[in-house]
Design a protein around this ligand. Structure first.
Ligand code: ATP
Length: 267
């Protein structure tokens, strides 16, 4: 025991407890600030405080009503803000500190993707690699052949080997998993695209117009590496440019990005 506040003994564990709870609530407040979620969160806090006070004062009817409401609010919060909570968990899991401690979210697979793309480019094997981000690509995945295999340079290279039955279409990657091959992408209808662009590149641009995915293309004709993002095609990538882009995709910027997620739900 460290000291006493009145008759309440305070231990070092209590201080750590208070520090952790304060940090959690402060971070949560920072994330939710300025969004609709903060109003729901405040409402939930008021209910929790009122029910605690009611319980302390022995008001059984108030305590009963408040604790019933508490369950509904927690449920409503989880259902309404499921996408934000999901992103928050992904953000926590991908934060540098957590990765260092738990060694999850090992980004070694980025290197495997880069090496595979460089090899495909050297061999002039056409490739279309789709990196899923926040938006689900379920409808695209359903058009292909399920793989569910860990990302590896060898697997990616063999999928796009022209002799492979899987080489046509797009290969979808979710984090470090190759989810599906031979997927069919929507073609871009943008009339201002270079008329010389073939189907592979138009398919990459088409998907990037409709989703937030990053799509890497290797040209069968020239071996040139490009990526499509937000309806735009960036051509002539070098190995370091590709690695930089993939690092950017798989390592969300702290604060800025998460605040942006939540501000999307601002009314
Ligand atoms: N809608 C689509 N979805 C997925 N893949 C597609 C789609 N349309 C075409 N492809 C892929 O693109 C290949 C044809 O590429 P095409 O030669 O027309 O493209 P390109 O953009 O000129 O690329 P390259 O420089 O590699 O020739 C097909 O064999 C197929 O693998």
């Amino acid at each position: 025991m460290l000291f006493k506040i009145g008759f309440i003994p305070v231990t070092i564990i209590d201080l750590i407890d208070i520090a952790i709870v304060t940090t959690i609530f402060y971070q949560l407040y920072q994330f939710l600030k300025g969004s609709v979620a903060i109003r729901m969160f405040t409402g939930l806090l008021v209910i929790i405080v009122v029910s605690m006070v009611g319980e302390l004062l022995g008001m059984s009817a108030l305590t009963w009503i408040m604790s019933s409401l508490k369950t509904v609010w927690v449920l409503a919060f989880v259902i309404l803000f499921q996408p934000e909570l999901r992103r928050l968990l992904v953000f926590i899991g991908q934060s540098r500190l957590i990765r260092k401690i738990v060694k999850v979210g090992d980004l070694h697979f980025i290197d495997e993707i880069v090496q595979a793309v460089m090899e495909l480019s050297r061999k002039n094997f056409g490739a279309l690699i789709i990196i899923e981000r926040d938006m689900s690509l379920k409808s695209i995945i359903e058009t292909g052949i399920t793989l569910q295999a860990k990302v590896s340079k060898q697997l990616i290279s063999s999928v796009f080997n022209p002799r492979s039955p899987l080489h046509d279409g797009g290969l979808v990657i979710q984090n470090d998993i190759l989810v599906a091959a031979k997927t069919v992408l929507p073609l871009s209808q943008n009339p201002s695209l270079d008329p010389a662009l073939g189907m592979r590149h138009r398919a990459a641009i088409g998907l990037s117009e409709q989703t937030d995915a990053l799509i890497i293309v290797v040209s069968e004709e020239t071996g040139m590496i490009s990526y499509a993002e937000n309806g735009k095609l960036v051509r002539g990538l070098t190995e370091s440019m590709l690695r930089k882009k993939l690092n950017e995709v798989f390592t969300p910027k702290p604060q800025g990005k998460i605040t942006r997620f939540f501000s999307l739900s601002t009314d």
